[in-house]
Design a protein around this ligand. Sequence first.
Ligand SMILES: Nc1ncnc2c1ncn2[C@@H]1O[C@H](COP(=O)(O)OP(=O)(O)OP(=O)(O)O)[C@@H](O)[C@H]1O
Ligand SMILES: [Mg+2]
Ligand SMILES: [Mg+2]
Length: 474
Amino acid sequence: LEVHAQIQSTSKLFSGSHVRFLAPPNSLVSHFDASLPGTLPVLNRRCVEAAVLTGLALNCTINRKSLFDRKHYFYADMPAGYQITQQRVPIAVNGMLVYSHFEGRRRNQVVTKSVKIKQIQLEQDSGKSLHDDEQSQTLIDLNRAGVGLMELVMEPEMCCGEEAAAAVRELQLILQALGTCQANMAEGQLRVDANVSVHRPGEPLGVRTEVKNINSVRHLAKAIDYEIQRQMEVLQSAGKVLNETRAFDSKSGFMPEPNLPPLFVYESKASVPAGVDPAQVVVIDRLSAQLPELPSVKRTRLVETYGILQEHSFTLVNEDGLMDYFENVVQTTKAEPRKVIGWVIKELMGNLNSQNLKVSQSPISPCALAELINLAESGHISSSTAKQVFQEMWKAPEKTVGQIVKEQDLWMINDKEELQKICRRIVDSHPEEVQIIRRGNKKVLNKLMGEVQRETKGRTDPVQVRAILEKMVS
Ligand SMILES: Nc1ncnc2c1ncn2[C@@H]1O[C@H](COP(=O)(O)OP(=O)(O)OP(=O)(O)O)[C@@H](O)[C@H]1O
Ligand SMILES: [Mg+2]
Ligand SMILES: [Mg+2]
């Protein structure tokens, strides 16, 4: 994969123009972005820092000295006729992305893999061509021209669409955790090109084709699998796969960028040369200290701290805000984290998904859920009642748990005498069943228990009820 990640920065890579999604066309264009003669690039330190942070998080070697090149091609959305990029010596090299996907019949077996990252290079984004079919003309919006990109180039090591999708999903989470890219594929902040080839075991890689402009992780997986299938069919019918990257030979289209000096980054404050202000340069030490908790570390911590299943740790980290929600409930309730996770994954996510809501839009707050779980844990309401109350809370978030339980008379019947009375009534009205049980068929006891549950609307503790019934029929 080649991944173009738009750097989250308020200004562009080589100019002071602002970066904003959905601004009016050509409202964020400096003279440099439009390539007016005599304008020069000035490197944005924030973009360099973003690339270094990303490189560190992906276990790359950060090159202390990197260089910029011009890649020449001619297209209306690239007014200079070349893109400034890093071809020969990029800012970061030799990294690794660790990702996981699910296998098995129930898709709950976590398989962890990794893919090497050949390099991360800084480069400029191009403008956008907008085709106006009505007037049959093409209009150019240069707002995006010059926005900083990190191009991540992976080694050809993945072998199916699902792996590629999982790797990109993990990369998205990492970039978002770092704050170096918002990584929304639908908005074009993360653009993935897939290079696909097929070969027989033991033989060298086949000729690759490049699938560009894929705008979602799901489409990526589909496009790759489709292309694998297509190439196999071509080869099996004795055809040849053509290299279909139609851009002209990129290798010959480069020259060093004469207007930018080599880019230096420094190991620590002490290694910054005399006369250079450390605040004005990129210092790796300082950035390492800023690295946030990465998704894989978060997942391990969740599994170790709370004893939850690994697959659940993935859900908690994948859904924006869900981990905080879960930890919040755990801290407010007396219940075991393993109990809480069930509520969060099944009830909360189930309801959110069916209504297409985000975690932040949940009508039930972590506090309210904790209260509900506490009532169930302390035996004030039964667990089946608790699920019912959850749905009521969802519909009427203005009511407290206590109000709902009271209004609908859902408190657990814990009074021994009352329970005895109810059981007695059921036993007396089911003489045939009692006979069968007495003859040794204990299974029929479940029917009586069901009757008690029905009569009390699930407000009894099955263990207690069973004990009472067993005594009565014995
Ligand atoms: N035979 C192959 N089969 C599949 N993938 C390949 C093969 N050879 C190279 N690749 C992958 O293709 C990608 C090539 O990207 P790279 O940026 O190096 O060059 P490019 O595609 O020629 O240039 P551009 O950046 O202009 O698209 C890398 O991710 C590399 O791992
Ligand atoms: Mg490339
Ligand atoms: Mg390419």
